[in-house]
Ligand binder design. Structure first.
Ligand code: SME
Length: 165
């Protein structure tokens, strides 16, 4: 396993391109889901300084808090509730420039102002988890985040969740 992350590039897209292969290397050879998701969250936090970044995992009919970096957060989110539950229900990425404008947004922290939630799918097309990234500034996410985080979550679904003990 790699022991440090070295990010190159100035644009967000370049920084993501530099980060993603290093995340793959970081998780290579480890088949524990919790350990790998924890390092993915840490690598994103370390690279971009996000206010909150982490996973919620589908357990029966709820999302349950998984590995994350940031302040304490809600532990369970119902199907269709908030941005995370809506992303699960709609099976798509939700980019929310201003959480105040999102009906039903769940404020785990009043400091969270914008967010992006990306679903993770299994091979049958079911959502098995979501990646939630929150910022304490409005309008902090764009299509560069969406593109890279969707690539990342595609790999998470195919790699981390399938090659486990
Ligand atoms: N804001 C999210 C809830 C999770 S946290 O902010 C960590 C939502 O509306 O789904």
């Amino acid at each position: 396993m790699a022991e440090s992350i070295h990010i190159t590039g100035t644009s967000k897209a370049e920084r993501y391109s530099s980060l993603l292969p290093q995340i793959h290397a970081l998780c290579e050879g480890e088949n524990d889901i919790t350990a790998n998701l924890a390092n993915v969250a840490a690598a994103l936090k370390q690279t971009f300084g996000f206010f909150w970044v982490g996973f919620y995992i589908v357990r029966e009919n709820e999302l349950v808090l998984g590995p994350f970096q940031g302040p304490i957060a809600c532990t369970r989110i119902a199907f269709g509730r908030g941005v995370c539950g809506s992303s699960w229900k709609e099976k798509k990425t939700l980019l929310v420039p201003d959480v105040e404008q999102f009906p039903g947004h769940i404020a785990c922290s009043s400091e969270s102002k914008s967010e992006i939630v990306v679903p993770v799918f299994n091979g049958n097309g079911d959502v098995i988890a979501v990646l939630d990234v929150d910022s304490n500034s409005v309008n902090d996410f764009d299509t560069a985040d969406q593109f890279a985080l969707e690539q990342l979550c595609d790999w998470v679904g195919k790699s981390i969740f399938t090659h486990h003990a």
